[in-house]
Design a protein around this ligand. Structure first.
Ligand code: HEC
Length: 252
């Protein structure tokens, strides 16, 4: 009876390894007919740039890095659907220990509602592009307001204006050109009576570390997926191999 048991053991181990391998390769198999199957779109992946990117296109990458963790991959806001793109342990943003009531020493709490930045109702508080830029510069990213560079804030403004159809992306945005891009007739014309914007001279890289390395930070959303998949494979292998191993060791 020794041989069949050993055989079963090896078959199961091979199965486990196969599972890990298939999980790690994330379905990128090359089929016999030479065609690769359509990959699942990774909604947390960094956006790619067109050949001749305009200011708004470049802003899409700033948005992805600094804003999408809260405002969503499509700027739809922090919706339930968007949170499901995160690893399970990161899906409950308002939990204690995450960004809930009792944050870490340097932690910060996140409001229940993070508004959409694209769509019918979005950005209507702002009269024009210049006020929008002023708001973003003063208030965002929420946990480190004012910490990005001036050029980044303008690219972000360009991205949001273009996404909402207020701007065609031609030329450069600045305080004068952006003021002529009307968002909402009823929107506010300025955040403060005297608006003296002082841009940060800090390098944001020093302030912003990915979420999985610290807790006071913006997430690099693409790193989350592959780690989850590999962990799943390893768990599967352990779950299969350990009980079988113990059983066989006892019987041998
Ligand atoms: C940590 C989460 C978080 C991050 C990161 C973040 N925001 Fe926000 N954002 C919020 C919250 C919460 C509000 C609502 C604040 C309020 O109403 O006072 C908000 C509000 C806004 C608004 C106002 C929307 C409106 O219609 O009132 C804009 C514009 C905005 N954010 C842009 C950005 C941009 C651009 C970035 C990236 C540089 C960014 N946010 C990063 C959480 C975040």
């Amino acid at each position: 009876m020794l041989l069949p048991k050993k055989k079963i053991f090896f078959i199961i181990i091979s199965l486990g390894i196969l599972l890990i391998w298939s999980a790690v390769s994330q379905g990128n198999f090359v089929r016999a007919d030479g065609l690769t199957p359509t990959p699942t779109i990774d909604r947390l992946a960094k956006p790619t740039l067109p050949a001749n990117p305009d200011m708004a296109d470049r802003g899409s990458q700033d948005y992805w890095l600094y804003c999408s963790p809260c405002h969503g991959d499509k700027a739809q806001g922090l919706t339930d659907d968007f949170r499901k793109q995160y690893p399970v342990e990161d899906q409950y943003c308002w939990n204690s220990g995450c960004h809930g009531k009792r944050p870490y020493p340097n932690g910060w709490t996140i409001p229940r509602y993070v508004p959409p930045l694209v769509g019918e109702t979005a950005l209507k508080r702002f009269a024009n592009g210049a006020v929008l830029e002023e708001y973003i510069q003063r208030k965002m990213p929420f946990q480190i307001p004012g910490q990005l560079k001036e050029a980044e804030y303008w690219r972000l403004t360009g991205f949001l204006l273009k996404q909402n159809g207020y701007w065609d992306g031609v030329g450069e945005l600045n305080e004068i050109t952006a003021a002529s891009i009307i968002i909402s007739e009823n929107g506010m014309l300025s955040l403060l009576p005297t608006s003296t914007i002082g841009y940060s001279t800090n390098t944001p890289q020093a302030q912003v570390t990915p979420l999985n390395q610290g807790n006071n930070s913006v997430v690099d959303p693409s790193s989350a997926n592959s780690t989850r998949v590999i962990a799943l494979g390893i768990l599967l292998l352990i779950a299969i191999a350990v009980p079988i191993g113990i059983k066989l060791a006892k019987n041998w």
